[in-house]
Design a protein around this ligand. Structure first.
Ligand code: XMP
Length: 328
Protein backbone atom coordinates (compact mmCIF):
# COMPACT_ATOMS: atom_id res chain seq x y z
CA UNK A 1 0.00 0.00 0.00
CA UNK A 2 1.42 3.38 -1.01
CA UNK A 3 0.38 5.65 1.85
CA UNK A 4 1.76 8.70 0.02
CA UNK A 5 -0.86 8.35 -2.72
CA UNK A 6 -3.85 10.69 -2.80
CA UNK A 7 -6.20 8.02 -4.11
CA UNK A 8 -8.07 5.74 -1.77
CA UNK A 9 -8.08 2.22 -3.24
CA UNK A 10 -11.57 0.91 -4.04
CA UNK A 11 -10.99 -2.18 -1.95
CA UNK A 12 -9.86 -0.32 1.19
CA UNK A 13 -12.30 -1.39 3.92
CA UNK A 14 -14.03 1.27 6.00
CA UNK A 15 -12.41 1.43 9.47
CA UNK A 16 -15.20 0.79 11.95
CA UNK A 17 -13.86 -1.41 14.73
CA UNK A 18 -11.07 -1.11 17.29
CA UNK A 19 -9.29 -4.06 15.63
CA UNK A 20 -9.38 -2.37 12.22
CA UNK A 21 -8.14 0.87 13.80
CA UNK A 22 -5.31 -0.95 15.60
CA UNK A 23 -4.21 -2.57 12.34
CA UNK A 24 -4.30 0.82 10.57
CA UNK A 25 -2.30 2.43 13.39
CA UNK A 26 0.35 -0.32 13.27
CA UNK A 27 0.76 0.15 9.50
CA UNK A 28 0.98 3.92 9.79
CA UNK A 29 3.49 3.76 12.64
CA UNK A 30 5.79 1.64 10.48
CA UNK A 31 5.30 3.85 7.42
CA UNK A 32 5.95 7.06 9.40
CA UNK A 33 9.10 5.65 11.05
CA UNK A 34 10.52 4.63 7.67
CA UNK A 35 9.67 7.95 6.07
CA UNK A 36 10.86 10.24 8.86
CA UNK A 37 13.91 8.34 10.12
CA UNK A 38 15.58 10.37 12.86
CA UNK A 39 14.34 13.76 11.59
CA UNK A 40 11.81 16.06 13.27
CA UNK A 41 8.20 16.69 12.27
CA UNK A 42 6.34 19.93 12.97
CA UNK A 43 2.57 19.95 13.50
CA UNK A 44 0.10 22.77 14.09
CA UNK A 45 -2.12 21.28 16.78
CA UNK A 46 -5.41 23.15 17.03
CA UNK A 47 -7.10 20.60 19.29
CA UNK A 48 -9.63 19.74 16.58
CA UNK A 49 -10.34 16.09 15.76
CA UNK A 50 -8.02 15.75 12.76
CA UNK A 51 -4.89 17.45 14.12
CA UNK A 52 -5.35 15.73 17.50
CA UNK A 53 -5.54 12.28 15.93
CA UNK A 54 -2.52 13.00 13.72
CA UNK A 55 -0.59 14.21 16.79
CA UNK A 56 -1.44 11.08 18.79
CA UNK A 57 -0.46 8.86 15.86
CA UNK A 58 2.84 10.67 15.36
CA UNK A 59 3.63 10.58 19.08
CA UNK A 60 3.14 6.82 18.98
CA UNK A 61 5.41 6.53 15.94
CA UNK A 62 8.23 8.98 16.69
CA UNK A 63 7.66 10.36 20.22
CA UNK A 64 9.65 13.54 20.86
CA UNK A 65 10.73 13.87 17.23
CA UNK A 66 7.29 15.40 16.80
CA UNK A 67 7.07 19.08 17.73
CA UNK A 68 3.47 20.20 18.23
CA UNK A 69 2.74 23.91 18.14
CA UNK A 70 -0.54 25.02 19.68
CA UNK A 71 -1.43 28.62 18.89
CA UNK A 72 -4.10 30.07 21.15
CA UNK A 73 -5.62 32.86 19.06
CA UNK A 74 -7.79 34.01 21.94
CA UNK A 75 -10.89 32.81 20.11
CA UNK A 76 -10.95 29.31 21.58
CA UNK A 77 -13.82 27.98 23.65
CA UNK A 78 -13.51 27.96 27.42
CA UNK A 79 -10.97 25.36 28.57
CA UNK A 80 -9.96 24.29 25.06
CA UNK A 81 -6.27 25.24 25.11
CA UNK A 82 -6.00 23.89 28.65
CA UNK A 83 -7.32 20.53 27.40
CA UNK A 84 -4.74 20.43 24.60
CA UNK A 85 -1.97 21.01 27.16
CA UNK A 86 -3.42 18.47 29.60
CA UNK A 87 -3.87 15.69 27.04
CA UNK A 88 -0.77 16.18 24.92
CA UNK A 89 1.85 17.57 27.30
CA UNK A 90 0.77 16.01 30.58
CA UNK A 91 -0.77 12.70 29.50
CA UNK A 92 0.97 11.85 26.22
CA UNK A 93 4.28 13.53 27.16
CA UNK A 94 4.41 15.34 23.82
CA UNK A 95 6.95 17.91 22.78
CA UNK A 96 4.42 20.77 22.81
CA UNK A 97 5.10 24.45 22.20
CA UNK A 98 2.20 26.53 23.54
CA UNK A 99 1.86 30.07 22.28
CA UNK A 100 -0.67 32.43 23.78
CA UNK A 101 -1.08 34.89 20.91
CA UNK A 102 -4.39 36.32 22.18
CA UNK A 103 -3.23 39.95 22.26
CA UNK A 104 -1.70 39.76 18.79
CA UNK A 105 -4.90 38.48 17.24
CA UNK A 106 -7.31 40.71 19.15
CA UNK A 107 -5.20 43.82 18.48
CA UNK A 108 -5.30 43.12 14.74
CA UNK A 109 -9.07 42.65 14.86
CA UNK A 110 -9.93 45.93 16.56
CA UNK A 111 -12.66 47.76 14.59
CA UNK A 112 -12.77 45.10 11.85
CA UNK A 113 -16.45 44.48 11.09
CA UNK A 114 -16.49 42.57 7.80
CA UNK A 115 -16.76 38.78 8.45
CA UNK A 116 -14.56 37.76 5.51
CA UNK A 117 -11.94 40.33 6.51
CA UNK A 118 -12.02 38.92 10.05
CA UNK A 119 -11.48 35.41 8.67
CA UNK A 120 -8.59 36.64 6.50
CA UNK A 121 -6.88 38.40 9.39
CA UNK A 122 -7.24 35.40 11.71
CA UNK A 123 -6.00 32.96 9.03
CA UNK A 124 -3.11 35.25 8.01
CA UNK A 125 -2.00 35.94 11.58
CA UNK A 126 -2.11 32.22 12.34
CA UNK A 127 0.35 31.57 9.53
CA UNK A 128 2.59 34.44 10.73
CA UNK A 129 2.72 33.11 14.30
CA UNK A 130 3.27 29.52 13.17
CA UNK A 131 5.95 30.59 10.72
CA UNK A 132 7.82 32.66 13.34
CA UNK A 133 7.75 29.79 15.81
CA UNK A 134 8.91 27.25 13.26
CA UNK A 135 11.91 29.43 12.39
CA UNK A 136 13.05 29.16 16.02
CA UNK A 137 13.16 25.37 15.72
CA UNK A 138 16.05 23.46 14.20
CA UNK A 139 16.23 20.27 12.15
CA UNK A 140 12.59 20.25 11.12
CA UNK A 141 12.30 18.29 7.85
CA UNK A 142 8.64 17.36 7.77
CA UNK A 143 5.30 18.99 8.33
CA UNK A 144 2.46 16.94 9.82
CA UNK A 145 -1.00 17.75 8.49
CA UNK A 146 -4.52 16.72 9.49
CA UNK A 147 -5.70 16.41 5.89
CA UNK A 148 -8.59 13.95 5.57
CA UNK A 149 -10.07 12.35 2.43
CA UNK A 150 -12.93 14.86 1.96
CA UNK A 151 -10.27 17.62 1.88
CA UNK A 152 -8.62 15.84 -1.05
CA UNK A 153 -11.92 15.19 -2.82
CA UNK A 154 -13.40 18.64 -2.27
CA UNK A 155 -10.52 21.07 -2.30
CA UNK A 156 -7.47 19.68 -4.06
CA UNK A 157 -5.85 18.37 -0.92
CA UNK A 158 -5.96 21.63 0.99
CA UNK A 159 -7.88 21.73 4.28
CA UNK A 160 -11.36 23.19 3.82
CA UNK A 161 -11.18 26.58 2.16
CA UNK A 162 -12.30 28.49 5.19
CA UNK A 163 -10.07 26.66 7.61
CA UNK A 164 -7.42 28.61 9.45
CA UNK A 165 -3.88 27.40 8.93
CA UNK A 166 -2.61 27.07 5.37
CA UNK A 167 0.98 26.19 4.72
CA UNK A 168 3.65 28.86 4.71
CA UNK A 169 4.76 28.61 1.11
CA UNK A 170 8.44 29.10 1.69
CA UNK A 171 8.56 26.13 4.03
CA UNK A 172 9.69 23.38 1.73
CA UNK A 173 9.14 20.46 4.04
CA UNK A 174 8.08 16.92 3.34
CA UNK A 175 4.49 16.20 4.27
CA UNK A 176 3.30 13.61 6.75
CA UNK A 177 -0.46 13.15 6.42
CA UNK A 178 -1.32 9.87 8.10
CA UNK A 179 -5.14 10.19 7.92
CA UNK A 180 -5.43 11.66 4.44
CA UNK A 181 -7.22 8.64 2.96
CA UNK A 182 -9.72 8.42 5.84
CA UNK A 183 -13.24 9.76 6.22
CA UNK A 184 -14.16 11.69 9.36
CA UNK A 185 -15.92 8.77 11.08
CA UNK A 186 -12.80 6.62 10.54
CA UNK A 187 -10.54 9.33 11.96
CA UNK A 188 -12.70 9.27 15.10
CA UNK A 189 -12.41 5.46 15.39
CA UNK A 190 -8.62 5.72 15.05
CA UNK A 191 -8.55 8.53 17.64
CA UNK A 192 -10.51 6.42 20.10
CA UNK A 193 -8.20 3.46 19.54
CA UNK A 194 -5.26 5.77 20.30
CA UNK A 195 -6.85 6.59 23.66
CA UNK A 196 -7.88 10.19 23.00
CA UNK A 197 -10.79 11.38 25.18
CA UNK A 198 -14.30 11.51 23.73
CA UNK A 199 -14.44 15.26 24.38
CA UNK A 200 -11.69 15.57 21.76
CA UNK A 201 -12.61 12.80 19.30
CA UNK A 202 -16.38 13.34 19.21
CA UNK A 203 -16.24 17.12 19.12
CA UNK A 204 -18.70 19.19 17.17
CA UNK A 205 -17.35 21.09 14.19
CA UNK A 206 -15.76 24.35 15.30
CA UNK A 207 -14.86 27.05 12.79
CA UNK A 208 -11.16 27.83 12.34
CA UNK A 209 -11.78 31.51 13.23
CA UNK A 210 -13.37 30.19 16.41
CA UNK A 211 -15.54 32.41 18.58
CA UNK A 212 -14.45 35.32 16.37
CA UNK A 213 -17.39 34.68 14.01
CA UNK A 214 -19.79 34.30 16.95
CA UNK A 215 -18.93 37.73 18.34
CA UNK A 216 -20.46 39.49 15.35
CA UNK A 217 -19.10 42.71 13.89
CA UNK A 218 -16.04 44.27 15.51
CA UNK A 219 -14.77 41.97 18.28
CA UNK A 220 -14.41 43.48 21.73
CA UNK A 221 -12.88 41.65 24.66
CA UNK A 222 -15.90 42.00 26.94
CA UNK A 223 -18.35 40.74 24.30
CA UNK A 224 -15.96 37.90 23.42
CA UNK A 225 -15.96 36.87 27.10
CA UNK A 226 -19.77 36.91 27.00
CA UNK A 227 -19.67 34.51 24.02
CA UNK A 228 -17.15 32.23 25.76
CA UNK A 229 -18.99 32.13 29.09
CA UNK A 230 -22.45 31.66 27.59
CA UNK A 231 -21.13 28.91 25.28
CA UNK A 232 -19.64 27.09 28.29
CA UNK A 233 -22.96 27.31 30.17
CA UNK A 234 -24.90 26.06 27.14
CA UNK A 235 -22.54 23.12 26.67
CA UNK A 236 -22.72 22.21 30.35
CA UNK A 237 -26.51 22.32 30.54
CA UNK A 238 -27.13 20.56 27.19
CA UNK A 239 -24.67 17.89 28.30
CA UNK A 240 -26.47 17.40 31.63
CA UNK A 241 -29.76 17.11 29.70
CA UNK A 242 -28.28 14.36 27.49
CA UNK A 243 -28.41 16.52 24.35
CA UNK A 244 -24.72 16.46 23.42
CA UNK A 245 -25.08 13.28 21.34
CA UNK A 246 -28.50 14.23 19.99
CA UNK A 247 -27.81 17.65 18.50
CA UNK A 248 -25.24 18.02 15.72
CA UNK A 249 -23.93 21.46 16.64
CA UNK A 250 -24.88 24.08 19.22
CA UNK A 251 -23.31 27.30 20.41
CA UNK A 252 -24.07 30.87 21.39
CA UNK A 253 -23.70 34.14 19.49
CA UNK A 254 -23.44 37.64 20.92
CA UNK A 255 -24.38 40.21 18.26
CA UNK A 256 -23.02 43.72 18.22
CA UNK A 257 -26.15 45.51 19.32
CA UNK A 258 -27.79 46.16 22.65
CA UNK A 259 -31.34 46.32 23.92
CA UNK A 260 -32.89 47.76 27.05
CA UNK A 261 -33.13 45.79 30.24
CA UNK A 262 -33.74 46.43 33.91
CA UNK A 263 -31.82 45.18 36.92
CA UNK A 264 -32.32 46.20 40.57
CA UNK A 265 -34.84 48.81 39.47
CA UNK A 266 -32.37 50.49 37.12
CA UNK A 267 -32.68 50.60 33.35
CA UNK A 268 -29.69 49.37 31.42
CA UNK A 269 -28.60 48.73 27.90
CA UNK A 270 -27.03 45.29 27.44
CA UNK A 271 -26.40 42.54 24.85
CA UNK A 272 -28.58 39.62 23.89
CA UNK A 273 -27.19 36.06 23.76
CA UNK A 274 -28.55 33.95 20.92
CA UNK A 275 -28.64 30.19 21.27
CA UNK A 276 -28.06 28.36 17.98
CA UNK A 277 -28.68 24.60 17.76
CA UNK A 278 -28.95 22.61 14.53
CA UNK A 279 -29.29 19.11 13.19
CA UNK A 280 -27.87 18.25 9.79
CA UNK A 281 -26.22 15.48 7.83
CA UNK A 282 -23.74 17.43 5.76
CA UNK A 283 -24.06 21.07 6.96
CA UNK A 284 -25.51 22.03 3.56
CA UNK A 285 -28.99 22.28 5.04
CA UNK A 286 -30.05 22.17 8.68
CA UNK A 287 -33.10 21.99 10.90
CA UNK A 288 -33.63 23.35 14.39
CA UNK A 289 -34.36 20.78 17.12
CA UNK A 290 -37.24 21.24 19.57
CA UNK A 291 -35.41 21.59 22.85
CA UNK A 292 -37.22 20.98 26.10
CA UNK A 293 -38.52 24.25 27.54
CA UNK A 294 -37.14 23.52 31.03
CA UNK A 295 -33.64 23.08 29.58
CA UNK A 296 -33.85 26.35 27.64
CA UNK A 297 -35.12 28.09 30.75
CA UNK A 298 -32.26 26.74 32.86
CA UNK A 299 -29.71 27.91 30.28
CA UNK A 300 -31.40 31.32 30.11
CA UNK A 301 -31.46 31.77 33.89
CA UNK A 302 -27.81 30.83 34.22
CA UNK A 303 -26.67 33.10 31.39
CA UNK A 304 -28.63 36.05 32.78
CA UNK A 305 -27.23 35.46 36.27
CA UNK A 306 -23.67 34.54 35.42
CA UNK A 307 -22.65 36.42 32.30
CA UNK A 308 -21.96 40.15 32.76
CA UNK A 309 -23.41 42.57 30.22
CA UNK A 310 -26.28 40.34 29.06
CA UNK A 311 -29.98 41.12 29.62
CA UNK A 312 -31.74 38.85 27.10
CA UNK A 313 -31.48 35.29 25.77
CA UNK A 314 -33.02 34.19 22.45
CA UNK A 315 -33.40 30.83 20.68
CA UNK A 316 -32.78 30.96 16.93
CA UNK A 317 -35.58 29.05 15.17
CA UNK A 318 -34.29 29.54 11.63
CA UNK A 319 -33.47 26.53 9.44
CA UNK A 320 -30.69 26.51 6.86
CA UNK A 321 -31.69 27.74 4.27
CA UNK A 322 -32.27 30.62 4.34
CA UNK A 323 -30.20 31.09 7.54
CA UNK A 324 -26.65 29.70 7.67
CA UNK A 325 -25.56 27.77 10.75
CA UNK A 326 -23.10 30.44 11.89
CA UNK A 327 -24.22 34.05 12.18
CA UNK A 328 -21.41 35.39 10.03
P1 XMP B 1 -22.56 27.73 7.70
O1 XMP B 1 -22.53 28.88 8.66
O2 XMP B 1 -21.90 28.06 6.38
O3 XMP B 1 -21.65 26.60 8.36
O4 XMP B 1 -23.95 27.15 7.51
C1 XMP B 1 -21.53 25.28 7.91
C2 XMP B 1 -20.52 24.56 8.80
O5 XMP B 1 -19.21 25.11 8.59
C3 XMP B 1 -18.70 25.65 9.80
N1 XMP B 1 -18.02 26.92 9.47
C4 XMP B 1 -16.71 27.07 9.41
N2 XMP B 1 -15.70 26.19 9.62
N3 XMP B 1 -14.14 27.91 9.20
C5 XMP B 1 -14.40 26.61 9.51
O6 XMP B 1 -13.46 25.83 9.70
C6 XMP B 1 -15.09 28.85 8.98
O7 XMP B 1 -14.80 30.01 8.68
C7 XMP B 1 -16.45 28.41 9.08
N4 XMP B 1 -17.64 29.01 8.91
C8 XMP B 1 -18.59 28.08 9.14
C9 XMP B 1 -19.91 25.88 10.71
O8 XMP B 1 -19.56 25.87 12.09
C10 XMP B 1 -20.81 24.75 10.30
O9 XMP B 1 -20.48 23.54 10.98
Amino acid sequence: MNWDSNVRPNDMARIQTKEQADAYIAEQVEFIRNKVGDKKVLLALSGGVDSSVVAALLIKAIGKQLVCVHVNHGLMRKGESEQVIEVFRNQLDANLVYIDATDRFLDKLVDVTDPEQKRKIIGGEFINVFDEESKKLTDIRFLGQGTIYPDILESDGVKAHHNVGGLPEEMLLGLVEPVKLLYKDEVRVVGRALGLPSSMVDRQPFPGPGLGVRCTGAITRDRLEAVRESDAILREEFDKAGLTDKIWQFFTVVPDFRSTGVRDGKRLYDWPVIIRAVNTVDAMSATVPEVDWAVLKKVTDRILNEVPGVCRVLYDLSPKAPATIEWE
